[in-house]
Design a protein around this ligand. Structure first.
Ligand code: ZN
Length: 360
């Protein structure tokens, strides 16, 4: 817990929660055996017109799939999905393992295995591919680690700055030690900035179990602070995920690849203005998926996600053993921290979002 005078006393606000690995009902509830036709979806939506995917197993580039969730849903309802990585993607093992998502069961493989599968499919007119997915289901425990900078005049009002600290299949340097480090840096800087006495409480949260389906942030929003949200006391939330890799102009505020209503364009715009005001250029990410800002948005708290992307609008070597610290550009974390600290100071002084006119 940070005092308002900037001392770090203890960080003992860890709140644990139990969850089941298949928190999304029914997706990984039991061992799943799927036997079905394999259908390849090329990375060009225009070529999908006559493809039938109902009750089939689809094979598709993982990043293209993430960017085109809606188009896949519009096409039909596949039994399962096989996602493959493309190109020079370090750290990918042959079979990365099974995974869940809001879209159903899927398996992740590397490109050469995908090529083998496609050849098999072409040489076999019946096109039957059988996959068996073994899943473990059982209780696990995780924790949200929370540090609080108490507000001076309106401590009941709260701003949240967070990032998840769990990772997948590797070191998790970008996804998401980078985000967690950014949160800690902002916490330390704001707590030690003598000139900045926040009128409202700023809560810094390292979320657990994001990769299991935003479990930590859902728990935080709907169990830990739901009363404060319902009382109108949670001003906004800013989340970082994968913000250390990519091109120099890769700062992205908001992820608009999600379904409309699942992101907050008004708050995204506000944070973009903040970035502009301190001379950083940015855009909104039109790819991407869900992160820990999502539960806040469901609870109607203004929220955004800050990410860093590469030219092809992807987020680097995440979810693999290639996600090492060598791929993290510390300067990017600094920029994310600067933009967020600037936004947090404005919001803290305004005490509400949107800020009342002329009072910023
Ligand atoms: Zn992440």
């Amino acid at each position: 817990m940070y005092d308002s005078d900037g001392d770090l006393d203890t960080v003992n606000d860890c709140t644990s929660f139990e969850f089941y690995e298949d928190f999304l009902p029914g997706l990984n509830s039991e061992d799943i055996d799927v036997t079905a036709d394999l259908v390849y979806l090329p990375p060009d939506v225009d070529e999908w017109e006559n493809i039938i995917i109902d009750d089939k197993v689809i094979l598709i580039d993982i990043f293209y799939a993430w960017a085109h969730q809606e188009d896949i849903l519009a096409l039909g309802n596949p039994k399962a999905r096989i996602y493959h990585f493309s190109g020079d993607y370090s750290g990918v093992t042959d079979y990365m393992g099974t995974w869940y998502s809001w879209s159903g069961t899927f398996l992740v493989i590397k490109e050469s295995v995908a090529e083998d599968l496609m050849q098999l499919e072409e040489s076999n007119p019946a096109g039957i591919v059988q996959i068996s997915l073994d899943t473990y289901v059982g209780p696990l425990t995780s924790r949200n680690v929370i540090g609080s900078l108490p507000g001076t005049t309106n401590p009941e009002k709260k701003l949240v700055i967070g990032a998840h600290y769990d990772s997948v299949w590797g070191f998790g340097a970008n996804d998401n030690a980078a985000g967690t480090a950014t949160v800690m840096e902002i916490a330390q800087t704001l707590a030690q900035t003598a000139r900045f006495q926040s009128p409202v409480t700023i809560e810094f949260v390292a979320f657990g179990a994001e990769e299991k389906g935003l479990v930590g942030s859902f728990t935080y929003v709907f169990e830990h602070i739901i009363d404060e949200i319902l009382a109108g006391n949670v001003i906004a939330a800013i989340n970082f995920d994968v913000n250390g890799y990519g091109m120099s102009t890769g700062l992205r505020i908001g992820c608009h690849a999600r379904w409309p209503g699942h992101y907050d364009p008004v708050f995204d715009e506000y944070m973009k203005e903040v970035a502009h005001s301190i001379d950083y250029d940015f855009a909104t990410w039109t790819g991407g998926g869900y992160s820990d800002d999502f539960p806040f948005i469901i609870a109607e708290v203004p929220a955004t996600c800050i990410v860093w992307v590469d030219e092809a609008e992807w987020v680097g070597p995440l979810h693999s053993t290639g996600d090492t610290k060598e791929t993290v550009e510390p300067e990017y974390l600094g920029i994310c921290a600067e933009v967020t600290a600037a936004g947090a100071m404005r919001l803290a002084n305004a005490g509400e979002f949107p800020p009342p006119n002329g009072e910023e």
